[in-house]
Design a protein around this ligand. Structure first.
Ligand code: SF4
Length: 104
């Protein structure tokens, strides 16, 4: 029999109406935990590899909608498709975009 202080549910209040009941904690299997960590690491390594490769040619101010988020002028900026929205980026991701930036 476990001691009252060992019971993780002992101080857990009962859920009020509309709240989901939190299942009791299960013991952690170190091998399974390591397996999951390895899987997450593998997923992030893949994302980081793609991000590193893209960062060598895609401007960091270009969002996923090909809009410019820069707070400065750039020759690649075009009028937004919808007035009031962010400028559209006309960069082709093949050039060194930094030469297009207007710095002064
Ligand atoms: S317009 Fe210029 S600063 Fe803006 S995202 Fe494109 S290349 Fe980058």
């Amino acid at each position: 029999m476990s001691k009252p202080e060992d019971d993780t549910r002992a101080n857990t209040p009962e859920p009020s109406q509309g709240q989901a009941r939190v299942p009791p904690r299960q013991p952690v299997d170190p091998a399974e935990y390591q397996q999951r960590l390895d899987r997450v690491t593998e997923l992030f390594e893949s994302m980081m590899s793609t991000a590193n490769e893209l960062s060598t040619r895609r401007c960091p101010y270009k969002n996923r909608h090909d809009q410019c988020t820069a707070g400065f002028g750039c020759r690649n900026q075009r009028k937004p498709e919808i007035e009031g929205h962010l400028m559209t980026c006309a960069g082709d991701d093949a050039l060194d975009y930094r030469s297009a930036w207007e710095t002064a």
